[in-house]
Ligand binder design. Sequence first.
Ligand SMILES: [Cu+2]
Length: 502
Amino acid sequence: MKHTKKLLGIALLTATALIPVSCEDAVGQKKSEEKTPAKEVNILDEPIKGEEIAILTDAPKVPPQITRRHRTKVIVNMEVTEVVKKMADGVDYTFWTFGGSVPGKFIRVREGDLVEFHLANHPDSKMPHNIDLHAVTGPGGGAAASFTTPGHESVFSFTALNPGIYVYHCATAPVGMHIANGMYGLILVEPKEGLPKVDKEFYVMQGDFYTKGKYGEAGLQPFSMEKAIREDADYVVFNGSVGALTGDNALQAEVGDKVRLFVGNGGPNLVSSFHVIGEIFDNVFTEGGWGSPNKHVQTTLVPAGGSAVCEFTLDTEGTFILVDHSIFRAFNKGAIGMIKATGGDAEQNKIVYSGKTDDRIYQPEGGAIQEIAQDSSKPAPAATKEERIARGKTKYVAVCSACHQANGAGIPAAFPPLAKSDYLNGSKEKSISAVVHGLSGEVTVNGEKYNSIMPSLGLNDEDVANVLTYVYSMWGNNGSEVTPDEVKKVRAMDVKAPDGGH
Ligand SMILES: [Cu+2]
């Protein structure tokens, strides 16, 4: 535990640290004669005392409960990294992470705390990233303030005004892709009076993943934008991979333990029907708010970009299975976890539940997903250049503008401009190749160097021709027309554009 404490030069304040808020009057900090009992205390009127560095944990661990009863400044140091890790046995995936794993590090602060957020983006990252914390009151939840290119760090701060358990996620374009690659986690804002003590707290977060290959197809699997848009998940998992909470990785507890699960759902698409087989939640704080809990709940909905807190006591021994009760996700896509309860009084255990227990039936069954062939009908190809430009505009807005911006200006140090781009205007072939095959490695556009990744976008020849003809017709570019035949030729070469844009 690393604590730094500054006393702000007022020694008296320490003496009041454990005394309720209203006593600040005694110190002469505030003068208000009001005796109205219903008066709401504005948390911002309470003094901030000292500062500390937040303890961050990887799932399923949760930082210790907060015993402090005053506001403080909390410094959060978080680093984004892009790492290859296991998705399932034999299957790897390049995860984009807040702190090295999926879900991102758990952050725990107290209502009223001033959070100074330091978001670093590792120098080896290919992409810029940022963070939008749902616990933030302020435009974008921090997203614009924290936009960070590889090798840089951004700092912003906010006051945690509302208690609750909140999702945070990356909100850099294309937002869906960053979330789909694992960029989400939870931040807990404890109510100022604290949370009741429990025996075990765990951090469980669901996410859906979209891979080029089917469930279980071996190797390093690339992200599939197409499947993500169709919301056709190959993997639905707890804590970032199939098996992250099963077998040896099962959550461990003892009979009699009061358990509190902080359950988050990063999505990007699917809503979770969260359920623990063989348990009934004593309390559910729905949607992550600290209102009065629902009692005796079987299954609770956890929205994408939302959360819930589930509390229960383990009344007997055995293995309790966490699932998304949209059940094919559990047995065929990975959404299974386990809590193992051991110990307790043998007689008592039997009274609560007597019978044979066997968790073999709960093994994942894999994904024999059937392919249904579909005929797609294509519109007739564009007949004129004007038609090409009109259709290309629609594609541009839908596909390219997220990164290159609606006006083609790009974003400095992240997405190169298409407006008056010497790279674009210098070579049709290279531009076609960028759109067809994607582009990575260092390129120079109008004298500025970019070293990032443009994903291959899965557009057909006609769409590529249209979108590029549109781009060439705009923003002072040279007005070239690109035809589907030209695209076809470049596609057939099946090689990336040569590195370097000069
Ligand atoms: Cu990101």
